[in-house]
Unconditional design. Structure first.
Length: 251
């Protein structure tokens, strides 16, 4: 998915120095993942432990909310690994990840308590992107975010657009019971604020394209092959286990 021009009116969030340093890396791997020379499929666009500044990812890991009431997340709040996904419903590569990769990660890692997935709305392709983002948040208020997510990312769904009637139809398909409330929530200030907060966080860490991910603070850019995600998740889980063992005198 082409990288959009960043809005000059946006101001970076007041993150710490580690996040500022890591922002440059996430911007770089975002470029590598969407580079015009076709390197996306052959490039492991991920920050690895071999980098000299690996410790700075600890601050990025703190962006995980681990909030039991988060309607746009799934998995245990105490999971050793948190994958934060910054994505746009108009993004074809996001759809590919949602259809081909995410269900496998959920079955393999979320189900056994290893992984938590936290969604961040990152609408960067215009008004319909923003409308779909607000609608997904509204569906979440009735505990139907992930069902809406599946419907919106179904094969061919984005080609139908995300106008008001289409969003309402997707909500109905997702099992949202109170459609009048859904419409009100979609148009609410609360929805706009929630989407804006996610969007600003993405810009603040240097994300320039969708999908972008943080796995325990380490950036992964693009709809990478399954092996990239499994390697990153398993490495993060092993690292978390090692940290836990080091802090436990009984081990």
């Amino acid at each position: 998915m082409p990288t959009p021009t960043r809005q000059t009116s946006r101001k970076p969030l007041a993150f710490g120095a580690a996040v500022v340093l890591a922002a440059g890396l996430l911007g770089f791997v975002s470029y590598r993942a969407t580079a015009p020379d076709g390197t996306a499929s052959g490039t492991t666009a991920v920050g690895t432990t071999s980098e000299p500044d690996a410790d700075m990812y600890a601050e990025l890991a703190e962006l995980a909310r681990r909030d039991a009431g988060d309607k746009l997340a799934q998995g245990r709040t105490d999971a050793p690994v948190v994958l934060i996904e910054y994505a746009d419903f108009m993004c074809g590569y996001c759809g590919k990840f949602a259809r081909d990769t995410e269900p496998v990660l959920i079955k393999k890692y979320v189900a056994d308590g290893t992984l938590r997935i936290e969604w961040r709305n990152f609408p960067i392709f215009g008004k319909e992107s923003e409308a779909a983002a607000r609608a997904s948040w509204a569906a979440g208020q009735q505990d139907r975010f992930w069902a809406f997510h599946r419907a919106a990312y179904a094969e061919g769904a984005k080609e139908k657009g995300f106008g008001k009637d289409r969003l309402k139809a997707l909500a109905q398909q997702a099992g949202v019971k109170d459609l009048d409330r859904f419409v009100r929530d979609t148009d609410s200030k609360a929805a706009a604020d929630a989407v804006g907060e996610d969007q600003e966080q993405a810009y603040g860490i240097g994300a320039t394209s969708t999908p972008s991910f943080l796995i325990n603070g380490r950036p992964v850019a693009g709809a990478q092959p399954m092996a990239v995600f499994t390697q990153a998740i398993e490495a993060a889980a092993a690292e978390a286990a090692n940290v836990g063992s080091a802090g436990d005198p009984a081990k």
